[in-house]
Each structure stands twice: as structure tokens, then as C-alpha cells.
Design a protein around this ligand. Sequence first.
Ligand SMILES: Nc1ncnc2c1ncn2[C@@H]1O[C@H](COP(=O)(O)OP(=O)(O)O)[C@@H](O)[C@H]1O
Ligand SMILES: O=C(O)C1=C[C@@H](OP(=O)(O)O)[C@@H](O)[C@H](O)C1
Ligand SMILES: [Mg+2]
Length: 175
Amino acid sequence: MSFPVYLIGARGCGKTTVGKLLARQLDYHFCDTDQQLQQHLEQSIADYVEQYGWEMFRQQEHQTLTAVASNNTVVATGGGIILREDNRHHMSHSGTVIWLSVDHQILVERLTADPEIGQRPTLTGRPITEELYDVLQQRTPLYQQAAHHVIDANQPPEKIVTDILTALSHDALTA
Ligand SMILES: Nc1ncnc2c1ncn2[C@@H]1O[C@H](COP(=O)(O)OP(=O)(O)O)[C@@H](O)[C@H]1O
Ligand SMILES: O=C(O)C1=C[C@@H](OP(=O)(O)O)[C@@H](O)[C@H](O)C1
Ligand SMILES: [Mg+2]
């Protein structure tokens, strides 16, 4: 029985994409807090936030995170999960936290090209790629604080998975 693996990082860093691949490699379950939440709310994040605001979304997100964390599971989180101290504490004490670190310019390129961009409502009222610089400045120390491992996620998904598996195997050796 192995503890959950949490993927954290900015919008577009690849948590959902890499999480699915990693779960397959580890033969773990895969869970995405955003997908779980949308099923529970029966509406998209964009619609929910428009109706109830970010504060309520963060509350719902917290409840989802604590409900999904089970062993043998890769959990792809939302980019803002690290904003709450209780979320950071919960992840770092219940499993292994992997930060997928991606350069600003590459995030902009990925988000601009992503067909799901409409599902990522603006956090500040500005277009997502414009607000990214400020959001990263605010959140980078929080990703750093929560993570057990930092992975260079400017690479193809398969290489990122290999690097995560290497980091996890080092943990197993030192446990
Ligand atoms: N390593 C990668 N290299 C190139 N494109 C990627 C990579 N990871 C994700 N993408 C693309 O970037 C977009 C956002 O990926 P996603 O997994 O939804 O990120 P997140 O869940 O972190 O917001 C998607 O269009 C996805 O196909
Ligand atoms: O950065 C954020 O605050 C958010 C990121 C999104 O998830 P992704 O990181 O998977 O895009 C989603 O949870 C919501 O739109 C809020
Ligand atoms: Mg995602």
C-alpha cells in the first residue's frame, strides 16, 4: 500500500496530462480534483465561479482534496490548491508532493493553445496569460513550500513521468 502522489503547479504545467500517464505507469488510480469537483457540482468551474465566486470555489476544492486522498492514487490538483495552508499541510503529511515547474513563456504557449482554456476562469479579471506573471510570483514560494520534489516540466510528458518515477524510487530507497 503506497501513499498518494500529489501533482501541484501552475495552470497548464501538465498536472492532468502527466497525472494520467504516471498513474498508468505506477498502476495507481488517477484522480483530478477539478474533474471530481465538476462532477459533484454538476457544472463547470467557470460557471460555478461566475455564480458563487472564488472563495466558495476554494472551500469546495478543499473538501474535494480531503475526500479524494487515498492510497495508490495519483492526484492532479488545481493550480491554486496551495493557496490554503491546510491544503499544503494535508498534502505534504498524507503523501508525496511533486511540483511540476514550468517556465513562464512555455506556460503561456501551452495555455494559449489549450482547447480547454475557456474552462480556466480569470483569477484577477485580466486575460489568463496576462495575469500569469503576477500569479506565479505570488504562488512560487507556496509551491516550493509544499513540494517534496521539484520536477522540470518544460519537457515532453513521457520524460517528466520518468523523472518523477526516479524521484519516487529515491524516496523508497531512503525510507
Ligand atoms: N509536457 C507537456 N508538453 C507539451 N504540452 C503539454 C505538456 N503537458 C501538458 N501539455 C498541454 O498543456 C495544456 C495544459 O495541460 P494540463 O495537463 O491540462 O495542465 P494542468 O492540469 O496543469 O492545468 C494541454 O493542452 C496539454 O495538452
Ligand atoms: O490556478 C488556479 O487557481 C486554478 C487552476 C485550475 O486548474 P488547473 O491548474 O488544472 O488548470 C482550476 O482549479 C481553477 O480554474 C483554478
Ligand atoms: Mg488540470
